[in-house]
Design a protein around this ligand. Structure first.
Ligand code: MTE
Length: 309
């Protein structure tokens, strides 16, 4: 059952049993699993601190979240990342932090995040393509990481880059996008408590296809802002170029806040298809700022959201 989420349960308890069994069988080797071991030891658990974010939302299954992905570095099909990202080396991993910071450097991921408490955040996730999911992310506030490196007062934007490694990222052997994948936020968006760096989901380390070992999650923006497998963070005083705007600036803006009243030039953004609902599931209305209006509308006070889309 993909029912209501109880915070003390593991993904295996809340994932539809068919999905769960499939995955366990993959992990354990076909046939090696007896029914009785369902309650047995779970996958490597991160032990993330439970929070009230998203409590009451109906979660997508682990299977949904890890088999229907956008990660063009591994191909443009929804099932390409799950298949092609398996061989990505995510350890060791370092992040170059540069620009307008007090302590720039090439940081080992473990050092950069040492001592940071991981939290579970259940967020709605809305892709610009008009599908959506609900994901139990594990991570920490980007603001905590930025505090560690010391943001200088002149910094107005944060830019992010994904790894470039065509030997392991087959999609990068073609110029689908101008690699590396790039994203950016204003400093106030980056500092907002809803903005997290995620290192896992369902209390497990981040699956490769979802952006291992560390990605951004900005829940009030279209999914493409949530850049995966980050290797560089730059503090800047000018707005950085971002991949989808570079590729097609008429269709994709810098802000890309979820907004049911501003349509994509080629489709409506008024409703969305919830993944996992089946082929004939009714579309659900898209919420302003993806349901986080109360928390984030103030960031855009006085802005014309049809111009600043
Ligand atoms: N990050 C990188 N590096 N490459 C990508 O192709 N796709 C984006 C975003 N981050 C993408 C990326 C898009 S379009 C979406 S909808 C989300 O990742 C999908 O995240 P998910 O696969 O975890 O659902």
């Amino acid at each position: 059952m993909a029912g209501r989420y109880k915070s003390d349960l593991k993904w295996s308890d809340v994932t539809p049993k068919g999905d769960y069994m499939n995955r366990r069988q993959l992990m354990a080797g076909a046939g090696a699993l007896a029914l009785g071991s369902i309650a047995g030891p779970a996958m490597a658990s991160l032990g993330a601190k439970k929070t009230s974010y998203g409590r009451g939302l109906e979660l997508n299954s682990f299977e949904d979240i890890t088999s229907y992905n956008n990660f063009y570095e591994f191909g443009t099909g929804k099932d390409d990342p799950a298949r092609n990202a398996r061989g990505l080396t995510t350890d060791p991993w370092s992040i170059q932090v540069d620009g307008l910071v007090d302590r720039p450097g090439n940081y080992d991921l473990g050092d950069l995040t040492k001592g940071i408490t991981l939290e579970e955040r259940i967020y709605r996730f809305r892709c610009v393509e008009a599908w959506s999911m609900v994901v139990p992310w594990v991570g920490f506030e980007l603001a905590d990481l930025l505090a560690r490196v010391g943001v200088q007062p002149s910094a107005k934007y944060v830019a992010f880059e994904t790894l470039v490694r065509p030997e392991e990222m087959v999609g990068q052997r073609r110029p689908t996008l101008d690699w590396p994948y790039r994203e950016g936020l204003t400093i106030s968006e980056a500092m907002h408590p809803l903005t997290i760096m995620a290192t896992g989901l369902y209390d497990e380390p981040m699956p490769n296809q979802n952006g291992a070992p560390i990605r951004l999650v900005v829940p009030w923006k279209y999914g493409f802002k949530s850049i995966k497998s980050i290797v560089r963070i730059t503090l800047a005083d000018k707005r950085p170029p971002i991949s989808w705007q570079m590729a097609n600036g008429r269709e994709y803006g810098f802000f890309s806040n979820v907004n049911p009243t501003v349509d994509h030039p080629r489709w409506s953004q008024a409703t969305e298809r919830r993944i996992g609902g089946g082929l004939f599931a009714k579309r659900v209305p898209t919420l302003m700022f993806n349901g986080y209006e109360k928390e984030v509308a103030g960031l855009y006070a006085g802005m014309d959201l049809t111009v600043n889309f």
